[in-house]
Structures are given as C-alpha cells and as structure tokens.
Design a protein around this ligand. Structure first.
Ligand code: EPZ
Length: 431
C-alpha cells in the first residue's frame, strides 16, 4: 500500500503550477458525451476521479482519446448503452452527472448510486426531484441503480430547496436539450458551475446566469464539437496557500484565478500572512506565528467546505482559540482524531471544531479519512517536527495531481513509499 512519508518543519518556498479544477472536470467530462462530434477538453487534472469518469464513459461506448496527460478528446457518437454499472463508478459521487448527461441526450439513464468521500449523508433527492420536474420518471432499482427515463423532457421552473453544486450542474446537463426553457432558482454559484455552463455553451447550449442564483436555459436541439480548457482548481491552489502558511514559507501559486481564492486569501491575511495577488498568481508569505480566527463554511462565495480541514490545520498552529464551523456537510471532522495524535488540541461540539492553537505539531503515523482531510494531514505533517507517515493516500490522489511532486518542487521532504524498507531509505537520505 502506498503511503506518504514526510519530514516536516521546513518552510516551503518557490512557485507551483495549479492543475485544472477536479470538480469542474467531472461535470465537463460527463457533459462532453452529449455531442455526437469530437470534443476536446484541455487542462483536465490527472487525478483518479477524472480517470473513473473517463473509464465509465468508455464503458458505455464513447470514444475517448487521451491526447496527452491533460488533454482528452471525447466523441459521444459511438455510445451504445445508457447503463453505468456500479463497478465502474462506485468510488465517485460525481457519477451522478452521467444521469443528467445521458438523460438529457438519450432520455434514459441507468446509473449506479454514487459513493464518494464519507463526509456525511449525501442524498441526491434534489437532483431526482428536478429530473421529475422535467418530465422524467425516476426509480431506484435493486442494487441502488437510479433509472431515469422520459418520452420527452420539457423545460421547467425549478426552485432548489438547498444550494447544491451537484444538482445545479446535473440540471444544466439534463435541461439544455429539453423542449422549452428551464429556469433554475437558488442555484449554486461556484466557479465550476460557471465553467460547466461555459463549456456547454461552447458546444452550442444557451445557458445564461451561471454564477448567479438564477440560471436560465434556452433549449437547443443538439450540441456540437468544441475545444475547451478547464479553469484552475481553486481548492488545490488554496491547499498550497495554506502549505505556505503552516510551514512559515513563501509560496506563489501560479495559473490561478485570484478572484476565486478571495475567501481563503482574506482569512490568511487575518491570520497574519502576507498575500500578494498578481494577474494569475497569488503569493503567500508567513513569517511569525499565525493568529487565530473563526471560519464558517458556506456555498460560494463563502468559505469553501473543501478547504475547511486544511484551514483547521493552520488554526491548530495559530495563537489562541479559533472556531471552525461546518455548515455544508455533517461529518467533515474525521481528521480531528488524527490531528490530535500529532499534538493538535481542541474539541468538536456539534458542527463546530473549537481549535486551541499549539506552538508546534509532532510527526505521527496517521491515515487520510477522505480527500480534503487527507490533504490537511499532509499539511500538518509538513509543519510538524520529525517524521510522519500518511496512509490511505488513494483518497488524496482522487483530487490532487502529482501532490508529492509539486510539494517536493517547493522543497518539501516527502515521498511515496510502499514498504518499511523504502521508508528507511528515505529516513537515511533525509537525515
Ligand atoms: C460538490 O459535492 C463537490 N463535489 C464537493 O467536493 C463539495 O464539497 C461540494 O460540492 C460543496 O461545495 C463535486 O463537485 C463532485 P452539494 P456535491 O450538492 O455536489 C445537500 C471535494 O472534496 N444535498 O453542493 O455532492 C448535501 O447533503 C468534494 O472535492 C441534499 O440534501 O455537494 C450537502 O449537505 C467532496 N440533497 C449540501 O446539500 C441533494 O439532492 C451541499 O451539497 C443534494 C445535496
């Protein structure tokens, strides 16, 4: 089993290039099958979740050409089935986008219910209710397969009960080729919502208002070929910004959209970091000890839930007590016990982690409970005195391209090892 071995307590310095946004890629790769012409998607992050979606669409017959590490050409013309088996998608929740894409294009989809990171109960009731509003019949079959089908899909006025990234994207997919127009109210506004809408528009869809809470979709008959480049990953960028903060380093994240990082930059400034924005870069420099603050996760433009564990690690090292309130998911504190084993202090009550900052953390053997929590533990290990081993890194690899390599580029002492022998070699090398 692969794990990271890390020797911490070294400031990270230099610049790091941020990859394409994983959560935009998952929507876009699913959407790409909706045209019967070749669609080229660039800046696709080379991460596990993207590979799972690509293998699922290959599984139903789509033609997928991997042009290079980050570019893929997809043609949905060769699709022969609307049936996505559990084995193909059990590891990712975003398989639900294949329901929207297949239903929108073929008026039928049979897709295994999503798995994904265990960060609380993650129903898709709003997706299903909204598909029904477009005229689909939806059943959950034995084995947890969602079967959605319609003679025709008709545009509708849909008001989401809660702000949901997944439901917003899924409905853009299902509605863009329906008969008649659709309005989505209380839509999510995350940068990747805008990116998926821009991609669909590049294929000929007529979607307006993405990035606001009302999205208007004028139906079109079909989608056509396009070439599109995915936006940079806001969460990957934020993770490296916090890596600078916790190691008292000086790191520039490159190829980013600084506007998307404002909620993270604002908190880092409050905590005493220097944050300098360029046109497509953000530099974070941390000199002394960080200061405490409070965060509450909210849909965009609020503080992202996907940055909550990483920011909590920074606060674990800050002077004073901070409150970290999770208001999007109900079980996103599974890293706290692991952090405690590294010397972190504080307690979770309800949906709030009361963090008592300590001066330093100490290396330990920990396991990644999920993607972002895993990344947060790597940050803790980079700041900690001594060696740490982070197990279950397959979760981290779901969403971070070449994480260890990029960190090494900033001077981090981190390697992937598969045996105690490799770990010993690393210790001897690093000293
Ligand atoms: C997306 O998940 C992301 N995943 C998550 O990223 C991210 O944490 C989340 O949005 C919030 O930003 C992808 O884009 C693939 P939601 P999603 O629907 O779409 C409730 C990461 O680390 N809800 O916006 O599943 C839900 O339980 C991951 O990259 C319903 O009740 O999130 C949650 O409390 C993990 N019914 C809230 O809404 C529904 O039908 C927001 O979830 C749908 C959602």
């Amino acid at each position: 089993m692969e794990q990271y071995i890390i020797k911490g307590n070294k400031p990270l310095e230099g610049s790091v290039k941020i990859s394409g946004a994983k959560n935009a890629a998952l929507g876009i790769l699913a959407a790409a099958i909706m045209a019967d012409e070749p669609v080229t998607v660039e800046n696709v992050p080379d991460v596990r979740d993207a590979h799972v979606i690509l293998s699922a669409i290959k599984g139903v017959g789509a033609t997928v050409k991997e042009v290079d590490k980050n570019t893929v050409e997809i043609n949905g013309k060769t699709i022969t089935s609307v049936d996505i088996q559990y084995e193909q998608v059990k590891k990712i929740r975003a398989s639900y986008y294949l329901i929207g894409a297949l239903l929108g294009k073929y008026h039928e989809a049979k897709v295994a219910l999503p798995g994904g990171c265990d960060i609380g109960s993650r129903p898709i009731d709003m997706h299903l209710k909204a598909f029904k509003a477009l005229g689909a019949e939806v059943d959950i079959l034995a084995g947890g397969i969602v079967w959605a089908r319609a003679k025709k899909l008709t545009g509708a006025h849909i008001y989401f009960d809660m702000v949901s990234v997944g439901a917003t994207i899924n409905l853009m997919l299902a509605a863009c080729m329906a008969e008649g127009d659709t309005i989505l109210e209380n839509a999510a506004k995350e940068p990747h919502i805008v990116d998926v809408a821009n991609f669909l528009n590049a294929m000929g869809a007529k979607i307006k208002g993405a990035g606001t809470d009302v999205i208007r979709i004028k139906a079109v008959e079909k989608l056509h070929k396009a070439t599109y480049s995915i936006i940079p990953d806001q969460i990957e960028a934020g993770t490296f910004m916090i890596a600078a903060a916790v190691t008292r380093g000086n790191v520039t994240v490159c190829d980013v959209i600084p506007k998307h990082l404002e909620s993270i930059s604002a908190k880092l400034i409050e905590m005493g970091c220097e944050v300098e924005e360029g046109d497509d870069t953000v530099r974070v420099c941390a000199k002394g000890r960080l200061r405490s603050t409070n965060i509450k996760t909210l849909p965009y433009p609020g503080f992202p839930t996907d940055m909550q564990p990483q920011m909590a690690v920074a606060l674990a090292l800050a002077e004073g007590t901070s409150m970290v309130t999770e208001s999007v998911f109900d079980n996103r504190f599974r890293y706290v016990d692991e952090l405690t084993r590294m010397g972190g202090q504080g307690k979770v009550e309800g949906n709030t982690f009361y963090v008592d900052g300590v001066e330093g953390l100490t290396g330990a053997q920990v396991a990644a409970p999920d993607l972002r929590a895993g990344a947060a533990l790597v940050l803790a290990a980079l700041a900690a005195e001594g060696y740490s081993e982070v197990e279950d890194i397959m979760y981290i690899q779901r969403g971070y391209e070449d994480f260890d390599e990029k960190l090494r580029g900033l001077g981090a002492r981190i390697e992937i090892v598969t045996s105690e022998h490799d770990a010993q070699k690393f210790r001897l090398k690093v000293g």
